[in-house]
Design a protein around this ligand. Structure first.
Ligand SMILES: [Zn+2]
Length: 183
């Protein structure tokens, strides 16, 4: 857990983190990918049915868990679906940054063909990416996360893939809690 100042308590404004979400992140952290995949698939479907903007993040987590299990075909289905949901909702910056991270992760796992497929998917959207407005917050590469994981739900924080409220505050894509970053 990240260090907190003395007397810091979880703010009452964000008490309703679903236990299923916290458990899903825990399974992932513990390397229990079978449980993590099942949990994120359920969260992804629920979020998608309710048209929640966090649905693609759940699909990417589910895909990542299936890839860890070497269930490459179903993993790729989830990864493609997550990235296409970013495009469908106009979140091109998230598509580009998450897609680029996944390309590198697949390549590092020796999944060259799959890595190229995701790379092609990202590149198909390059015109829209370059035309979409610049994100708020500091420039990518100058964002220093205070924590690598969300204080509230335990989700992994990729600072370049997040929504920014202002220059120093981003929102956890999994639970919508604020994640403060260092100056
Ligand atoms: Zn969170």
């Amino acid at each position: 857990m990240p260090q907190r100042g003395p007397g810091f308590h979880r703010p009452p404004a964000y008490p309703n983190i679903p236990p299923a979400l916290q458990r899903a992140h825990e399974f992932m952290e513990l390397g229990n990918y079978a449980e993590a995949a099942a949990a994120f698939e359920k969260l992804a479907l629920e979020a998608k049915n309710q048209l929640e903007p966090r649905a693609p993040f759940f699909y990417l987590q589910a895909g990542c868990a299936r890839i860890h299990l070497r269930q490459v075909a179903s993993g790729m289905t989830h990864l493609r679906h997550g990235l296409e949901l970013f495009a469908a909702s106009g979140h091109y910056h998230q598509l580009y940054r998450a897609g680029t991270r996944i390309v590198h992760e697949l390549k590092a796992r020796g999944l060259e063909k799959e890595s190229q497929e995701i790379s092609r998917l990202v590149h198909r959207h390059i015109p829209a990416i370059s035309e979409s407005p610049t994100q708020r917050g500091p420039e990518p590469g100058r964002r220093t996360p205070l924590a690598t994981h969300c204080d509230f739900c335990g989700g992994p924080i990729h600072s370049d893939e997040m929504e920014w409220a202002d220059a120093t505050t981003a929102t956890c894509p999994f639970c919508n809690s604020p994640v403060h970053l260092e100056e």
